[in-house]
Design a protein around this ligand. Structure first.
Ligand SMILES: *Cc1c(COP(=O)(O)O)cnc(C)c1O
Length: 409
């Protein structure tokens, strides 16, 4: 008989308590489902926080992983890394002319961008420094990235480097203009859909106007597509729907197909800002991650999953909008794009948490952000019957009224 392990107690004993985890221990995952050590299945509407865009165990990704594992796992940056070079070539071909710097994570991509923009500004020598960022933005948790993250709950208690940062309200162009007139920031950086800030999409008009202001003032225009990228919002990157061209783009999360990988695409203005020795990483880009990244792009772009995902997302949205209309006392209107949707609830945070746990017990896994916003980050492979099952379960829970909060797990 298999030994029963009390994973929750072990977790609390040996891991620093930086997360308020849901009480399920995962044994395996396949397609759109996770399976816990008790044998329960969960429809995965969370995808490892927007990472598993193709679902779990996609055969193309696994084949690339195995092939690369047989070839080599790690070589450092002192030699040429063919899978990574191929991935950079394809990322640039799909976005805008430029060059890539690879990292292991999103926060490291933000760090690289901070240094890159700093070098660009220093070379221009016109005193420009720092970033304009949005209120409630999230750009990572390392100390440099934390400086650009504008969520008090994430930022408080920690020192951050003295990079000048100017915080403005999303969609408020007058504030950006005022900052650009009064100060000398080097770059504007935005998430096209604010993720952990509450799933708040920026309008195309706002992004276009931001780009225009940046051009007019000689400031770089950057997008953080760490969460919105890799097809999640319906195009490979979300900025592409607004018809703008950023000077730099941050990517991570979905790009490695489940393996750690991130980076910056630096447009032509920034492509020669770094010289040898300016920045580096022992591990990044892992050849394994890069090989998986090439497989992810193949599935999205060559095998048509991007297109399929758009259709799947349109159905999900239609069903959620109907649900919200049916329960105007429980929900604000659905917001977000593609497979990155927010269902803001009018219930208190404890009731939303209890709802999340009730649905978890019924086999549906999703995130709640900003305490009361249900954040759905499903795989692009989500099937219509899975949408129906989730919406029916959510509908039934909401009909029962606000759940009484149980013991916090
Ligand atoms: C997740 C995220 C990051 C940080 O990525 P990590 O890999 O967790 O460091 C930065 N920006 C955005 C928009 C994110 O969603």
């Amino acid at each position: 008989m298999a030994e029963r392990v009390d994973w929750k107690t072990l977790d609390h004993t040996y891991l620093l308590p930086t997360y308020n985890r849901l009480p399920i221990a995962i044994a395996r995952a396949k397609g759109n489902y996770l399976y816990d050590t008790e044998g329960n299945a969960y429809l995965d509407l969370f995808t490892g926080l927007a990472v598993n865009v193709l679902g779990h165990g996609h055969p193309t990704v696994l084949a690339a992983l195995r092939e690369q594992a047989d070839a080599f796992l790690h070589i450092s940056n002192l030699f040429l890394n063919p899978p990574a070079i191929r991935l950079a070539q394809r990322l640039v071909a799909c976005t805008f002319p430029g060059k890539v710097f690879f990292t292991n994570s999103g926060a490291e991509a933000t760090e690289a961008a901070i240094k890159l923009v700093h070098k660009w500004a220093r070379r221009r020598g016109d005193g420009r420094e720092g970033f304009v960022v949005l209120k409630n933005s999230f750009h990572g948790r390392t100390l440099g990235a934390l400086r650009l993250t504008r969520q008090r709950a994430v930022q408080q208690d920690f020192p951050t480097p003295p990079v000048p940062v100017y915080e403005v309200e999303p969609e408020n162009l007058a504030q950006v203009e005022a900052v650009l007139r009064a100060h000398r920031p080097a770059a504007v950086l935005v998430e096209p859909v604010l993720g952990s800030g509450g799933v708040i999409p920026l309008s195309d008009g706002y992004l276009q106007a931001l780009e225009g202001l940046c051009r007019a003032h000689g400031v770089l225009f950057g997008v953080d597509e760490i969460q919105t990228g890799m097809g999640r919002t319906g195009t490979l990157f979300a900025y592409q729907q607004a018809g703008v061209t950023p000077d730099f783009l941050l990517f991570a999360k979905g790009v490695g197909g489940g393996l750690p990988l991130g980076g910056v695409i630096a447009g032509e203005k920034l492509a020669d800002a770094f010289a040898p020795g300016d920045h580096g990483s022992t591990f990044a880009p892992s050849p394994l991650s890069a090989a998986c990244g090439n497989a992810v792009l193949q599935v999205l772009l060559d095998d048509g999953l991007l297109e399929e995902g758009r259709r799947a997302a349109a159905y999900l949205r239609e069903r959620l909008e109907a649900l919200c209309r049916a329960h105007p006392d429980a929900f604000e209107p659905v917001r977000g794009k593609g497979m990155m949707l927010g269902l803001p609830m009018k219930w208190p945070a404890e009731a939303v948490r209890a709802l999340q746990q009730a649905l978890l017990r019924q086999g549906f896994l999703f995130d709640v952000t900003q305490r009361t916003v249900i954040r759905l980050l499903p795989p692009l492979t989500l099937a219509p019957d899975e949408v129906d099952a989730f919406v029916a379960a959510l509908d039934a829970c909401v009909r029962q009224g606000m759940p009484v909060p149980g013991p916090t797990e």
